[in-house]
Ligand binder design. Structure first.
Ligand SMILES: Cc1cc2nc3c(=O)[nH]c(=O)nc-3n(C[C@H](O)[C@H](O)[C@H](O)COP(=O)(O)OP(=O)(O)OC[C@H]3O[C@@H](n4cnc5c(N)ncnc54)[C@H](O)[C@@H]3O)c2cc1C
Ligand SMILES: *[C@@H]1O[C@H](CO)[C@@H](O)[C@H](O)[C@H]1NC(C)=O
Ligand SMILES: *[C@@H]1O[C@H](CO)[C@@H](O)[C@H](O)[C@H]1NC(C)=O
Ligand SMILES: *[C@@H]1O[C@H](CO)[C@@H](O)[C@H](O)[C@H]1NC(C)=O
Ligand SMILES: *[C@@H]1O[C@H](CO)[C@@H](O)[C@H](O)[C@H]1NC(C)=O
Ligand SMILES: *[C@@H]1O[C@H](CO)[C@@H](O)[C@H](O)[C@H]1NC(C)=O
Length: 627
């Protein structure tokens, strides 16, 4: 006989234990599965201790092949060895002529890295340990450093797989890394000698016509953690809804993108991806599968939304806001100092002097466009001493006529300084879902580029006649004219007001909340295998000296962590702002083992990677700074 109260608590426990979004989350690790196997035991955060270095292949304490085989058995035989496809081009046991030609053909295909369990897009992040042979080289080559890659990969298809990986890594003091699509720019998705959890199969979608949590009541969707932009657009067309989505087709919508903030072409109106999240399912560092929302595990719910990818847990699914369909319009134009081939009047040629005047005029409209819930996206490129400004202004919820009116004052001001553009005929889509099916398809293969980011606050644009505005423009000009770098900015305003509930109470960086411009610049030099460490360092120092001018013009701001320089100075303040201390406290409580280490992550200052010669790469053993 059970009392009413304990019956209620049994029901509550049962509900909590069985709360999940998708069938793949119903398969969980049980105490029965764990048995007496110390490798698989759950953790207890109050007894967590931190050894001085993580285990690494070849070092004492690395699990025996028997232990790895046992893990493989627990996983049902799906454990993969960390062998990069390019190993097929090298001498040794993985040499395979057919595979090697396949790798050489496909390396710059966007789907190549995305569909590989191991390969990150940013090849430099592992210091190019096993580069695909150059066109001129004749395989087999020698010197593929397998040890620099994650040692094993769990091809996770269930929550149980994730729990097994987390427990095995924590109990054996192994570095754990997480790969979703592999797009990360900083190397947060890879690490030498790691056990990598590949979450790429966790794809599922369910539309919820009504969903209530806390103060939210409305349309929503259950989403698998691995859905990519294109799949989110597909769901939008199927269900006749609007969801936020990243700007490129193969970027994961609910992995690193969401956890670092995540901006979209409709962000000035709908907020960041982190602002869309209503509830999360995740595996924490102790190996437990938990639910987080504004009421339950509120610390994790706060931290994961904007507090940095791969830092607090492995997300398996989420519930996100959905909206009614919206129209989208976009107006494009270009002015440049080089010759123009088209004669459609949306591309015009101007003198140097007029070009720089035009740039100031263009950015003087930033606040007006942002306040109208539009987004400016631009590339200012420099080639052979000519300069080009290519603009796209995008706005959801408008008609073609409204878009023309939004553009008119900008076109007039450009005309007034001698840039004879006509108001471009807006491109128009009846839904955001259709906007997402623009031709082009996946682009971008593996790369060796490094980039920098700076968030420019609203106050820098408040008065286009001010010294602050002029200094900001001068820094951008110097970046291109003296630095010779190309400049890219996406000018959006993810304010607290736009974030709404529960988005406004999250770990999204206050710098993002105040920003109306996210600038990025790519180093013109490739950080490939042929670059010496000295050139690597000097090239980066040069790039940094030019972004420093932007930093000086925005002293109280920071960088957007998902597109930032891995060597960003004072990354804690720059990437997390005043949230850092609170996040560090949550990190210490939830992950005292430092299991979820990622470079530039919360608490990452306590660790360093051995043997990188001072480069911010991830190929070596992970050790504690103070040990
Ligand atoms: C071509 C391109 C276009 C981009 N466009 C945009 C854009 O429009 N807007 C924008 O804001 N950013 C954009 N980005 C940057 C993007 O936000 C980051 O690259 C981001 O890290 C990608 O996340 P991912 O999960 O797809 O990639 P991954 O490299 O697989 O993962 C990145 C990080 O997230 C962690 N992670 C991934 N999945 C999980 C999970 N389920 N649980 C816990 N941790 C996880 C990993 O540990 C890793 O640290 C773009 C990047 C590229 C390369
Ligand atoms: C964790 O360890 C603490 C301290 O030893 C102990 O009091 C607590 O009961 C343990 N919790 C679990 C869930 O085992
Ligand atoms: C895991 O087991 C499967 C099935 O026995 C095997 O094919 C695979 O090679 C094993 N993985 C590793 C890393 O040994
Ligand atoms: C990963 O798992 C999926 C689903 O079981 C399977 O289709 C795929 O082949 C696996 N990938 C590799 C590289 O083994
Ligand atoms: C325009 O600027 C570039 C780069 O500063 C310079 O090389 C070029 O000579 C200038 N052209 C004219 C016509 O002044
Ligand atoms: C900023 O530059 C403009 C010219 O673009 C100039 O008219 C204005 O006086 C400058 N403002 C200050 C404070 O120097």
């Amino acid at each position: 006989m059970v009392s009413g109260l304990s019956l209620l608590s049994i029901l509550l426990v049962a509900q909590a234990a069985f709360a999940y979004n998708f069938a793949y989350e119903s398969i969980q690790l049980t105490d029965l599965n764990v048995g007496n196997n110390p490798d698989l035991a759950f953790g207890n955060a109050s007894t967590g201790d931190i050894p001085s270095c993580k285990s690494y292949p070849g070092y004492e304490g690395w699990p025996s092949s028997t232990q790895w085989s046992a893990l493989n058995m627990s996983l049902g035989g799906t454990l993969l060895k960390g062998i990069p496809p390019a190993a097929a081009c090298y001498e040794g046991e993985y040499r395979d002529t057919a595979k090697c030609s396949n790798v050489r053909r496909r390396q710059s295909d966007a789907l190549f890295a995305k569909e590989d369990p191991l390969v990150p897009f940013g090849q430099w992040t592992l210091h190019n340990p096993c580069p695909v042979p150059a066109a001129s080289a004749t395989p087999p080559l020698s010197g593929c450093k397998l040890v620099s890659f994650p040692a094993f990969v769990v091809n996770a298809t269930t929550v149980k797989d994730v729990q097994l990986a987390v427990n095995f890594a924590r109990n054996n003091n192994i570095r754990l890394t997480i790969k979703n699509t592999g797009h990360d720019f900083l190397g947060r998705n890879t690490g030498g000698g790691a056990l990598q959890v590949w979450v790429h199969r966790m794809k599922a979608f369910e539309y919820l016509p009504t969903y209530k949590v806390g103060q939210y009541s409305g349309q929503a969707a259950r989403v698998g953690a691995a859905l990519e932009q294109q799949e989110v657009y597909d769901a939008m067309s199927t269900y006749g809804i609007t969801l936020l989505a990243p700007g490129s087709s193969t970027v994961g919508a609910y992995g690193g993108y969401m956890q670092g903030g995540g901006f979209s072409y409709i962000t000035s109106k709908y907020g960041l991806m982190a602002d869309q999240v209503l509830a999360l399912e995740l595996v924490t560092a102790d190996g437990r599968f938990v639910h987080a929302d504004p009421m339950e595990n509120a610390d994790l719910f706060f931290a994961i939304r904007g507090g940095g990818p791969g830092n607090f847990g492995i997300v398996t699914s989420a519930i996100v806001k959905a909206y009614p369909p919206t129209t989208v319009a976009r107006s494009d134009f270009t002015f440049q100092t080089g010759p123009v081939s088209s004669n459609d009047k949306t591309t015009v040629r101007v003198s140097n002097e007029t070009f720089w005047k035009g740039m100031k005029v263009y950015f003087s409209h930033n606040l007006r466009i942002n306040d109208a819930k539009g987004i400016m996206s631009n590339y200012i490129t420099t080639t052979a001493r000519t300069f080009t400004l290519s603009n796209q202004i995008t706005k959801p919820g408008v008609t073609v006529e409204e878009m023309r009116r939004l553009m008119a004052p900008l076109i007039k001001d450009l005309n007034d300084v001698g840039i004879s553009l006509v108001n471009p005929e807006p491109k128009f889509w009846s839904t955001y879902a259709k906007f997402g099916t623009m031709p082009g398809g996946p682009s971008g293969g593996t790369s060796n580029s490094r980039l920098v980011s700076r968030l420019v606050p609203r106050s820098n644009f408040a008065d286009p006649t001010s010294q602050t505005f002029n200094t900001t423009m001068a820094a951008i000009r110097s970046f291109m004219e003296e630095g010779g770098y190309s400049f890219h900015s996406v000018d959006y305003a993810p304010t607290l007001e736009t974030a709404g509930y529960p988005g406004s109470d999250s770990a999204v960086s206050p710098h993002l909340r105040n920003a109306v411009m996210h600038m990025t610049g790519f180093d013109s030099r490739q950080y490939d295998a042929s670059l010496s460490d000295e050139l690597w360092k000097s090239s980066h120092a040069r790039l940094d000296s030019y972004v420093q001018k932007l930093r000086d013009a925005t002293p109280l701001s920071g960088a957007y962590m998902n597109e930032a320089d891995v060597a960003e100075p004072n990354f804690q303040y720059s990437m997390y702002g005043d949230n850092y201390d609170r996040l560090l406290k949550i990190k210490k409580e939830r992950d005292p083992w430092g299991l979820f280490y990622v470079v530039t992550g919360v608490g990452s200052e306590s660790w360093f990677v051995e043997g990188t010669g001072g480069l911010p790469t991830q190929q070596g053993r992970l050790c504690r700074v103070d040990a």
